[in-house]
Design a protein around this ligand. Structure first.
Ligand code: PLP
Length: 398
């Protein structure tokens, strides 16, 4: 391949679906001097953050926070709720549902998968049937990935709740909202979610390193009888602390950032934030649909009513390497794209459109991807960016 790498100049366009761009005001907020985490001045920042996080999660129940990325919160949820051998039900969504199930297995839990085609998504009929068949209530919980970051598909949680209610099944509903929170509608209490798993570095636009779980009263009850080993992540231990989280040192700088993140989200308004993500997501999809002419790359997700508004996975035409496109995008145009995860390695690239993004950033990204497709010799219908321009211009009319 004959493409000239260049020294990076200008801002990198960061189009990974996590971590995401950190707004300047958050960068400045996290650059905070050390404070004693029991200092009353910090405690008020901390309490404000927890209250704000509850508004973003749309819950009035408990929230526990962890120093660790999203995986830490996955693990905290599992060890605090379950006992060795407990059975979980995992609707297959893609790489992240597989990974969470694998973690459960590592911890001594069992799971059953509701298998699904990664491009079409889970069939709720099969899910309802599995719940109805479990009349002995062996299944203790459903582990659901709200937004499958590997495929760009949403799992409708309200429908999951409805399936549990319709069958009268008492299983807990655990939802991974790591790549949807702060980008797409999520309602912990409204949807009857028992555990909401979130992380700092996606829709909340913070550095990586903090994660959290919203925990329902029903989940707190289940915690009381759980026997999996736990210590640092033990909610009972956390509740003895002033911060009701963090058995050790509190990562104070992240809370100055979180305060600013919540301020930004609420200044724009959560519904406006979701609308912006929907708009930018639709622009990306229109562009990709255009490229798909001439046997070009296509949308990986084949179920339009489950398109993700925070990430789009783009499937390469047979015989073309997604990572070659990513290398040119990064090396020549300083645009960072997400790669294919698990079995999708080399087959898809992913355009993250969540967090601190606007129209010019998306259009610049799409234009650069189109240049990279051209340079990599990938067939496509040129002019996909124009489809995005037309849509975004119309969407801006009052
Ligand atoms: C990013 C992500 C994770 C993993 O979180 P880390 O912070 O990388 O540990 C889990 N689930 C989903 C849906 C994600 O997008």
């Amino acid at each position: 391949m004959d493409v000239k790498p260049r020294l990076p100049r200008g801002r990198q366009f960061f189009a990974n679906p996590g971590p995401t761009n950190i707004p300047d005001s958050i960068l400045q907020a996290v650059a905070h001097v050390t404070v004693d985490f029991n200092d009353p001045a910090f405690i008020s920042v901390y309490d404000g953050c927890v209250a704000g996080l509850k508004r973003v999660l749309k819950t009035e129940q408990e929230v526990f926070l962890y120093t660790g990325s999203g995986h830490a919160a996955w693990e905290a949820a599992l060890v605090n709720l379950f006992s060795p051998g407990d059975m979980l039900l995992v609707p297959e969504t893609g790489y992240f549902s597989e990974s969470w199930a694998k973690m459960a297995q590592d911890l001594g839990l069992r799971f059953r998968t509701i298998e699904a085609d990664w491009r079409r998504g889970v069939d709720f009929g099969a899910l309802r049937a599995a719940l109805a068949a479990d009349s002995g209530h062996e299944i203790k919980a459903i582990c659901a990935v709200h937004n499958e970051t590997a495929t760009g598909m949403v799992l409708p949680l309200a429908e999951l709740r409805a399936a549990l209610d319709a069958t009268g099944h008492p299983a807990l509903l655990l939802a991974d909202t790591i790549s949807s929170l702060g980008s797409m509608d999520f309602r912990m209490d409204g949807w009857g979610v028992d555990i909401a798993v979130g992380g700092s570095q996606k829709g909340l636009m913070l550095p990586t390193g903090m994660s959290f779980t919203g925990v329902s009263a029903k989940a707190m009850e289940a915690h009381k009888t759980s026997t999996l080993p736990k210590s640092y992540f033990n909610w009972t231990n956390m509740l003895t602390r002033r911060h009701r989280s963090f058995v050790g040192t509190v990562p104070t700088s992240l809370f100055y950032g979180l305060r600013e993140s919540i301020r930004l989200l609420e200044e724009e308004g959560l519904d406006e934030v979701f609308a912006r993500h929907a708009r930018l997501g639709e622009a990306v999809r229109r562009c990709v649909r255009h490229w798909s002419g001439n046997n070009g790359p296509t949308l990986f997700c084949l179920t339009p009513d489950r398109f993700s508004d925070s990430v789009t996975a783009v499937l390469m035409p047979e015989g073309h390497d997604a990572d070659a496109v990513r290398r040119i995008a990064l090396g020549t145009f300083n645009v960072s794209l997400g790669g294919g995860l698990g079995r999708l390695g080399g087959k898809v690239f992913r355009i993250g459109h969540l967090g601190d993004l606007n129209e010019p950033m998306i259009l610049g990204t799409l234009a650069s991807v189109e240049m990279a497709l051209r340079l990599a010799g990938v067939p496509h219908a040129p002019g996909g960016v124009n489809a995005a321009i037309e849509y975004l211009a119309e969407a801006a009319r009052a």
